[in-house]
Write a protein that binds this ligand. Structure first.
Ligand SMILES: [Zn+2]
Length: 311
C-alpha cells in the first residue's frame, strides 16, 4: 500500500487567513522556522493504480493537482485514478472537498448512515454529486465494522484491502439540526480507520476525542498510525480569543498534560506514529520550539504536506 499525505494541517490550514497567532504571524513574516501546510488530506493506493481519499479537504483541488498519481489518464477518457472517498465525519474540513469532485464523475463515497443523512438530506448542495450519468455511489460504513474492498472483478478472490472502522466518540458538526441530532447515533459522528492489506495495518484517526480508549488497542496493532495532533494544550484555541471552547470540548485530545495523547499513547506500540491534523496555533509547528523537540523525543513524527511512504 502506498500512502500520500497531501495536507497535514487542521481546519484553516497554516497559516490561517484570519489568524494572528504567533505561528501564523511568524510564518507570514518569514521569521518562524516552520512549513506552511494545507488542510488534512490523506490518499492511499492498494495497487499503485486506484487511489482512495480519506476525507475530502477544502484544499482538495490544489492537492490533487499537486499529485501526478491522481491525474486522469489521457488514454482512458472519463476515468480518474480516484476510486473512492472514506469520510471520517461530516465536519466541514472532511467533506467540503467533495464539492471539488462534482464534475459528472462517478466514484464511491463510504460514510456512516448519520453522515450520509447530514450530507444528502440536510444539505442539498451535495446533491451536485448526483448529476453524473452514473452518479456518485454512496456505501454504508458501520461505526464498528469490517468491510472487505475488492478491486478485482473476478468472483471468489480475497478482498484487496479491508477497512475496519472504530467509533472515535466526539460529536456531530455544529451545523447539524436539533431534529437530526435527536435521531442520529452518536457513534456515527467520527470514525477512525484501520486499513489492512497483505498483513500490514494503517491506522488513521484524525479526530481523537479521548472519550473512549478503543483507539489504544488499535494503535498497538498498527504498523503506522496517523493520529490527531491538532492541539498541544487544552486552552490553546481559547487563547486566540476566537472561541471559549477547550480542545477536548471540540473533540480533540491535546498532546500535552498528564492525560494528553503523548502520555496516553501505548508504550507497547511498535509502529511508526505520525501526528497529523495540526492546528496553526500548535507550538510543535515551530521547528525551533521545545514542544517540537519533545514530540520527536517521544518517538512521534510530525506529518507535512508531501510526505509519502509505503506499507
Ligand atoms: Zn494561527
Amino acid at each position: 500500500m502506498k500512502i500520500k499525505i497531501l495536507g497535514s494541517a487542521a481546519g484553516g490550514g497554516f497559516p490561517q487567513w484570519n489568524c494572528t497567532c504567533r505561528n501564523c504571524s511568524g510564518l507570514r513574516a518569514g521569521t518562524l522556522h516552520a512549513k506552511p501546510r494545507t488542510q488534512t488530506q490523506i490518499a492511499f493506493s492498494p495497487d499503485n493504480r486506484v487511489w482512495f481519499l480519506i476525507g475530502a479537504s477544502p484544499d482538495l483541488r490544489t492537492q490533487i493537482l499537486s499529485a501526478p498519481e491522481l491525474a486522469p489518464k489521457p488514454d482512458t477518457p472519463g476515468h480518474t485514478p480516484i476510486g473512492g472517498v472514506f469520510l471520517p465525519s461530516a465536519d466541514v474540513d472532511a467533506v467540503m472537498g467533495l464539492l471539488h469532485l462534482r464534475e459528472f464523475q462517478t466514484y464511491f463515497v463510504f460514510a456512516t448512515p448519520a453522515v450520509q443523512c447530514l450530507l444528502k438530506t440536510e444539505n442539498r448542495i451535495f446533491r451536485v454529486l448526483e448529476r453524473g450519468d452514473s452518479p456518485v455511489q454512496w456505501q454504508v460504513l458501520s461505526n464498528s465494522g469490517r468491510l472487505g474492498c475488492h478491486l478485482s472483478e473476478s468472483p471468489g478472490e480475497l478482498p484487496t484491502f479491508v477497512c475496519n472502522t472504530i467509533s472515535m466518540g466526539g460529536s456531530f458538526p455544529e451545523y447539524a439540526s436539533e431534529e437530526f441530532l435527536r435521531a442520529a447515533a452518536p457513534e456515527d459522528a467520527t470514525l477512525g480507520f484501520l486499513f489492512e492489506q497483505d498483513g500490514k495495518k494503517l491506522f488513521v484517526a484524525t479526530s481523537l476525542s479521548g472519550d473512549n480508549s478503543e483507539w489504544q488497542k488499535v494503535a498497538v496493532s498498527a504498523d503506522v498510525t496517523l493520529i490527531d495532533g491538532t492541539f498541544w494544550s487544552d486552552d490553546e484555541l481559547m487563547r486566540t480569543g476566537r472561541t471559549d471552547k477547550t480542545a477536548r470540548e471540540i473533540g480533540h485530545l491535546p498532546l500535552s498534560g498528564a492525560d494528553g495523547l503523548l502520555a496516553q499513547f501505548p508504550a507497547t506500540a511498535k509502529g511508526r506514529k505520525i501526528l497529523i491534523h495540526i492546528n496553526n496555533t500548535n507550538p510543535i509547528l515551530d521547528e525551533d520550539s521545545r514542544e517540537h523537540r519533545s514530540v520527536l523525543e517521544a518517538g512521534f513524527e510530525i506529518a507535512y504536506d508531501g510526505l509519502n511512504f509505503a506499507l
